[in-house]
Structure formats: structure tokens, C-alpha cells
Design a binder for this molecule. Structure first.
Ligand SMILES: Cc1ncc(C[n+]2csc(CCOP(=O)(O)OP(=O)(O)O)c2C)c(N)n1
Ligand SMILES: [Mg+2]
Length: 318
């Protein structure tokens, strides 16, 4: 398998998992899918046969609401059975809505935003103190960068010269209810991280070559933590989900949402990969009514009023 195939499978599993569970944050999963695929396929030194191997690279998905993405990657890499993916977000499942270290291959439970970089910095410092060679990779959301604890961790990482620590920011310019710029404008994250003592750079977060290039050259500078600000699109891969805040939380409902998502993914399917759920795509796909098509692009009207339908209004606000 190559990273493009893994990224496609992460998105396809993501559609199925969120569709079946009626939950999860599919826009965030699609946004980070390419980053996670390149990490797991080409960068992370991990071994599914020994998930607790002492010298494995550590990975923390600090934006833990995108747990479906790491679950799909871990299953594809052989950490657990693919069938378990379909229990996601359901009572009793190890694959809780937000990332849980109950699963082999998960180093740190997340979901309460703002903690991953602190934990990762601690792991990186411990590795330095013990003279161990592994690296620590942390993915934060750009909305998550509003959390003050992230910047405290950044100061700490630079102060201790943690060049075995890599922060990747999934910079999709949106958070749960609005654009980052309208919520608490982060300005240039790369400039700020450089000012905090990182070696920071911007890359196209959907371009596997660019991601691989940046992630293979860590540390980017000896003695400094590396930051990769990955420029991404929320909902990347399904046109009606892209850049639409509705899809921060919404799951693909039965009918045209599910069929449309599946068939758009099929139009991008790498030849070497098989769809485990709908080998030929959605057959006789449902089409949205005109009203649905008009509403389906947003959950807010021009006055900022929520106009969602179905059963996920509260979810859209979490
Ligand atoms: C401490 C904390 N506050 C609020 C939330 C609720 N929440 C879940 S996702 C989210 C938005 C995150 O936006 P971003 O970090 O940009 O991630 P994206 O979904 O865009 O990848 C919020 C506020 C949370 N999980 N943790
Ligand atoms: Mg975001």
C-alpha cells in the first residue's frame, strides 16, 4: 500500500464509521487524512506486532475529535481487526468518539483540546533524558491553537531544545462553529511558532510529496522543535463537505449524503485499492431534492441562524 491508498481508505472508512454510528466529526477526519496517511505509511517507526515497543515513535492526535482517522489508519496497518472499526462511537466500543489509548497503537487519549503538545513535549524530554532515539509527533487543530496550554508547551519545547518533537498543525482555517479568523484570529501560525523558538514551515497538507519531504527532514534544525503548518481544507475529498462548517460534526445521513460521499470518493479511488464496503460505489444513488441541495451547503442562513435538519442540531454545536 502507498500513502495515497491509505488516505483513500481512511476517508472511506470514515464515511462508513460515522454513517453507522450517527456521530463523529467527518470534516476534521477528511482534513487530517493525508497527514495521518503519510505519517503511518512513510514516517512513523512503529510495529503493529509490538505496539508497546519502547523505541517506537510516539504519535498524538491532539485534535482527538478526528479519532476515526487514526482508528482507520491503525486498523489498516494491522494494529487490530478492520471489523472493529464499525463499532466506532457505540456503547462499549474501544473506538470511542474521541481517541482512546485502550487501543493498541494509541499513545495518549485526547478529545479535550489543548493537551497533546504538553504530553508530547514531556515524552520528548523523557526520550532525551534517557538517551533514546525515538521522535514524538503531535497533530493539533488550528482552532485548538487558541488554547493557552499549547503555547506554554511550545515555550517548554523550545526551552529544552526538543528537536525530537514535531508539531503538525492541521490548518483548515475552521473550527467547530465558524472560521478561525472570526473566532480568535491566529494570524500567521508559522511566524508565531518561529517566534516561540520552533523551526516552522508551511506545506500543502494534502500534497503527499510535500508532507513526506517536510516530515522526513526532522529535526529541520538541530536543537529546535519542528513545526509543520499544514494548509488543509476541512472536509477535503467530498465537495459538499468542503469548507462547510455544517460538516464539522454532521455525519453522512442515509440517502443522498451517504451515496454522494461514497461516489465522490469512488471518483478519486486509486486503482490499487478496493472499497471494503461498496465495491462498485453507491448503485442507483439518491439525489437531493432542490430544497435539500440548497440547504445542504450550510447550517446557517445569511442571518447566522442555524437551519440544520435531521437529529444533529445539538451535535453541530459541540
Ligand atoms: C477543551 C475543549 N474545548 C472545546 C471542545 C469542543 N470542540 C470539539 S472540536 C472543536 C473545534 C476544533 O477546531 P480545530 O482545532 O480547528 O479542529 P478541526 O475540526 O478544524 O480540525 C471544539 C471547540 C473540546 N473538544 N475541548
Ligand atoms: Mg480547524
Amino acid at each position: 500500500m502507498n500513502s495515497l491508498e491509505l488516505a483513500w481508505l481512511i476517508r472511506r472508512h470514515g464515511v462508513e464509521m460515522t454513517h453507522l454510528s450517527g456521530g463523529s466529526h467527518i470534516g476534521a477526519v477528511f482534513s487530517v487524512a493525508d497527514i495521518i496517511a503519510v505519517l503511518y505509511q512513510d514516517i512513523l517507526r512503529v510495529d503493529p506486532a509490538q505496539p508497546d515497543w519502547d523505541q517506537r515513535d510516539r504519535f498524538i492526535l491532539s485534535k482527538g475529535h478526528a479519532g476515526a482517522a487514526i482508528y482507520a489508519a491503525l486498523a489498516e496497518k494491522g494494529f487490530f481487526d478492520r471489523a472493529e472499526l464499525l463499532t466506532h462511537y457505540q456503547n462499549g466500543s474501544r473506538l470511542s468518539g474521541h481517541v482512546s489509548h485502550a487501543l493498541p497503537g494509541v499513545d495518549f487519549s485526547t478529545g479535550s483540546l489543548g493537551h497533546g503538545l504538553s504530553a508530547g513535549a514531556g515524552m520528548a524530554l523523557a526520550a532525551k533524558m534517557d538517551g533514546k532515539p525515538h521522535r514524538v509527533f503531535v497533530v493539533c487543530g488550528d482552532g485548538e491553537m487558541n488554547e493557552g496550554s499549547v503555547w506554554e508547551a511550545a515555550l517548554f519545547a523550545a526551552h529544552f531544545g526538543l528537536d525530537n518533537l514535531v508539531l503538525i498543525v492541521d490548518h483548515n482555517r475552521m473550527q467547530s462553529l465558524d472560521d478561525c479568523a472570526h473566532t480568535l484570529n491566529p494570524g500567521s501560525l508559522a511566524e508565531k511558532l518561529n517566534a516561540f523558538g520552533f523551526h516552522a514551515m508551511e506545506v500543502d497538507g494534502h500534497n503527499h510529496e510535500a508532507l513526506r519531504g517536510a516530515l522526513s527532514r526532522v529535526p529541520a534544525e538541530i536543537g529546535k522543535p519542528t513545526a509543520i503548518v499544514a494548509l488543509t481544507t476541512k472536509g477535503k475529498g467530498v465537495s459538499f463537505m468542503e469548507n462547510d462548517i455544517l460538516w464539522h460534526y454532521r455525519f453522512p445521513h442515509q440517502g443522498w449524503e451517504y451515496d454522494g460521499a461514497v461516489n465522490e470518493l469512488h471518483s478519486q479511488k486509486p486503482a490499487g485499492v478496493a472499497d471494503p464496503y461498496t465495491p462498485e460505489g453507491a448503485v442507483n444513488p439518491c439525489k437531493p431534492t432542490q430544497a435539500e441541495a440548497e440547504q445542504g451547503k450550510s447550517n446557517m442562513d445569511i442571518n447566522g441562524t442555524f437551519i440544520t435538519w435531521g437529529n444533529d442540531l445539538e451535535g453541530a454545536r459541540s
